[in-house]
Design a protein around this ligand. Structure first.
Ligand code: DOR
Ligand code: ZN
Ligand code: ZN
Length: 461
């Protein structure tokens, strides 16, 4: 009961926890001057300052812009056996610094998240250390009979990695995949896929290795366009008899995106993600800068990049995800391309880069909010988040839309202090991040205690 919650410290006055005043707030696709009252971690009221209740704390935002807290559905937080690359604290600090209030954690960990025990253990470890909200993916277990128990434990979705065998489900076995999709479809849990075809990729790699090719160009040709397209088409085919919702991570090719669009037009329950690095960097950058830009799927030529931007403009691309994939600099510096760890950190650059694209009229602010808050909340059933509305969780991303600055990877909160965007001039800086009503990041400084973020367990439909 709201009235009871207003009664604080024995006083029968209507006092909420905090009000944010003098803000510009993104509401119903418009930016309006208003204030936000926060009570018990939720948005209590949005309106004029004169209509705000009394509050314990009054924060003057000095006309900064308040956006719904961003949701990054593609983050590798690492920790446990891979804590030397990133841990729950540093990864979620990077999120808060980047204006991201909720991340979904990928399962390719040590141990791989693919059992009730591994998931429970990971949640327990994370709980005391996280600064933003974290939901967890699980890979498929060896025994599909355990799928329901993993969902009951609170996994937000399953992840299927098709480039190499990571989970317990044999990715070469169409029948097993089909059975898994039927099972997960019945449970109403989405499956996010890394769509690169293992067989074709392995064949390409072996050929290149035999020809003694181990430079960035060889990596690009191994991870060819066809490697992605083949996996997308195969998965759409295998899942066609089930109710599963397939979510394609980091689509990078024109034809891959078109296969997804065709499936959508045919009424299939399918969504897709694009990353900022696939939108803003190209194969030429890989050949020039080498190891830093080695990521999977790889960066592509302008013909693909244009198709991805068009997919965003036409509303076919559902979400943006950073695919924050931190490694140590040593791991990124191996002399052979085949030994380099693939992936780039992205949590602290995604929002400034996208706001810069808004300034350049490449994308609208409404589209950025849709791709980074509203749609991920919908796809992953995060009912209390993704929009600025009374009753939703008070996850807020406060930005200075005017501020110009240079990306400086050495200042990252992530353990991975490098970036393909290092030194880029951007406009639009995350200034404050509120998570469940608490100020976690203020002017790039983390000011909250570890454990401020919540573990997000999937709501039963
Ligand atoms: O570049 C990548 N890095 N792609 C992946 O799919 C995995 C990720 C990682 O975990 O480092
Ligand atoms: Zn991936
Ligand atoms: Zn990833």
């Amino acid at each position: 009961m709201l009235v009871i919650r207003w009664i604080k410290k024995g006083a029968f006055k209507l006092i909420v926890d905090s009000i944010l005043v003098n803000a510009k707030v993104y509401l119903n696709k418009e930016i309006v001057d208003c204030s936000i009252a926060i009570e018990n971690g939720e948005i209590f009221k949005i309106g004029k300052e004169s209509q705000m209740p009394k509050a314990d704390e009054r924060i003057n935002l000095g006309k900064l812009l308040v956006l719904p807290g961003l949701i990054d559905a593609h983050v590798h937080l690492r920790d446990e056996g891979k804590a030397y690359k990133e841990d729950f604290y540093t990864g979620t600090a990077a999120a808060a610094a980047g204006g991201v209030t909720t991340v979904l954690d990928m399962p390719n960990n040590d141990p791989v998240t693919m059992s009730v025990a591994a998931l429970r253990n990971r949640m327990q470890k994370a709980e005391k250390r996280i600064l933003v909200n974290v939901g967890f993916y699980s890979e498929f277990p060896v025994n599909l009979g355990e799928v329901a128990a993993i969902v009951a434990e609170g996994a937000v979705a399953f992840k299927l990695f098709m480039a190499t065998q990571i989970g317990g489900l044999n990715i070469d076995d169409d029948k097993a995949l089909q059975e898994a999709f039927i099972k997960v479809g019945e449970l109403g849990v989405p499956v996010a896929v890394h769509a690169e075809d293992k067989a074709l990729l392995t064949e390409n790699k072996e050929k290149l290795k035999r020809a003694n090719k181990h430079d960035p160009a060889a990596f690009l040709s191994a991870h060819s366009e066809q490697v992605e397209v083949k996996a997308v088409k195969r998965l759409l085919e295998i899942s066609s008899e089930s109710n599963v919702h397939l979510h394609f991570c980091h689509i990078s090719t024109k034809e891959g995106l078109h296969a997804v669009i065709e499936a959508k037009k045919a009424g299939r329950s399918v969504t897709c993600e694009v990353t900022p690095h696939h939108l803003l960097l190209s194969n030429f950058d890989v050949e020039r800068y080498g190891m830093m830009l080695i990521t999977m799927p790889p960066l592509r030529s302008s013909h693909h990049i244009e198709a991805l931007w068009r997919g965003i403009a036409d509303g076919w691309v559902d979400i943006l995800g950073s695919d924050h994939a931190p490694h140590t600099l040593e791991e990124k510096s191996a002399s052979s391309i085949w030994d380099i760890k693939v992936g780039v950190p992205g949590l602290e650059t995604m929002l400034p880069l996208m706001l810069t694209m808004v300034k350049k009229n490449r994308i609208s602010l409404a589209q950025v909010i849709q791709l980074l808050a509203e749609k991920p909340a919908e796809i992953f059933n995060l009912k209390d988040r993704g929009r600025l509305e009374q009753g939703k969780k008070a996850d807020l991303t406060v930005v200075d839309f005017k501020q110009k600055f240079k990306i400086a990877a050495s200042n990252f909160h992530s353990k991975a202090k490098y970036s393909p965007f290092d030194g880029w001039d951007v406009q639009g800086k995350p200034m404050k991040t509120f998570v469940n009503g608490q100020l976690v990041m203020d002017e790039q400084e983390i000011i909250a205690k570890p454990g401020t973020g919540r573990i997000i367990r999937r709501d039963r439909k």
